[in-house]
Design a protein around this ligand. Sequence first.
Ligand SMILES: [Zn+2]
Length: 224
Amino acid sequence: MWEPVIFFLVSVPEANYSPRRISTATASITFGLVKKLVSSRLPTALGNFTMSAYGNEPDLFPHVVLQAPSIDGAVPLVRIHSECMTGDLFHSSRCDCGEQLDQSLEQIGKEGGVLIYLRQEGRGIGLVEKLKAYNLQDDGMDTITANEALGHQSDERSYEAAALILADMDIPAVRLMTNNPLKVESLKSLGIEVSHRVPLVIAAQPENAGYLEVKRAVMGHYLG
Ligand SMILES: [Zn+2]
């Protein structure tokens, strides 16, 4: 059993840590409180999975893991997906989250792997602030300047909980499904080996073309 880089999490918090974030579920997980609460069988249209909830008991908003069996000994296919209620649940055209979620689940359902669904809505700023940012975007700001105008970082997500969940599952190395280079670097800094990056190719729509272009040009995402 290997250990994630817990000492890093506790002794050298990320520069963008703020007292506000200390009260989030993610921060409490930072201090070693993540645990598997329950697992259950979950057949879906995209594949047959085992669904597990990770968090602090009692926790109404646990992180969620969907796992389909992988080939023994192979580095598993892993998607770490941050919650986006508008995209994942309501199929919003403002972003590509829903399509990324469906595409990754379908692929994991077929060849096996793990989807970790982290409860950090709106790149970590929460649903209410995200909707305020949407209003600013409708007034002409892009996704980054809107978040900053509300006093947030452009991206406040952290992947510590994902690293701890992977450690609990005894998965030290992953083939990571992502277009986000920052996510790859974050995982590596947390002690997870990323053996390959598996791209998610999503076609732009009229409503999200500007958002995707900002992700490519400003946030360095690999798109197209
Ligand atoms: Zn989204």
